[in-house]
Design a protein around this ligand. Sequence first.
Ligand code: SF4
Length: 288
Amino acid sequence: MYMLNYDENSSINNRISYTQTSQSGKILINLDFGEIIYPSTIDWPGKVSLVVFTRGCPFNCIYCCNSKFLDKDESNYKEIAYIENIISKNSVFLDAVVFSGGEPFEQHIAICMITQFVKKLKLQVGIHTNGAYPDRIRQMIESGSVDAIFLDVKAPFINERYNNIACPSQLYPKDKLIENIRASLDICCKARVENKLKFLEVRSTIFRDINSKLDDIKNMVEPIGYCDAYVLQQGRTEIAMDNKMDDEQIVTRNELLEIAKFVRRLIPFEKIKVVKVRTRELGDEIIP
Ligand code: SF4
């Protein structure tokens, strides 16, 4: 029998962990688990990672390519010891463990416990996040249990535009969406400047009619205080959740390169160290 625990102090979607009581009366923490992939060299470029996909996300982005992990599913709960065991068995081959999803910070108690285990193995920890939960990101950084954050900026910082792309669930306060994403961005940039994070990647997935105009791009990148890399990802429509996303929405590699050059001219190296494009054709390319 599982028990869903809530964060009484949180005004937003406040599921924090699933617990189960063992026969001996011990409380076992569970993770609503998607899958594990290893080794991966793309989820934290330059590192060999084991990637833990969690289930559940407060958003339903129109272009989501991980929709199989959006729904919460009790049949996929795994004790965190199960995850830790797989990490431990493979630790000699790894540089890092990366959490992705879904939205890992939906289950931040379980994630925090696993990250502490990972740190004991002297591996680094990376987390992919949509920025929905700034307080949880801050707590995780302050606890010293995360080394790298990979943060989405999905749309211009205009409430209606962001809501139309991220499509938050009914439990998530739509009027707080921009405020929360901006707070997450500011927390991560500040932490990187203060060296509390070792690496920060901010990324935007670009589609033609959704967020490819230069004014939109400007709005998305100007608030970045400091990051190691800003990545313009080529949106993929063939795996998008919204079947109205047809192929005309795909920006070409050349178009993406032009957008990236615009960002490079606009933002100094002191704020964004590296600008990249990420395409199906050639993977990651750095803009000089
Ligand atoms: S934030 Fe959006 S793209 Fe990422 S898992 Fe959630 S719905 Fe999918």
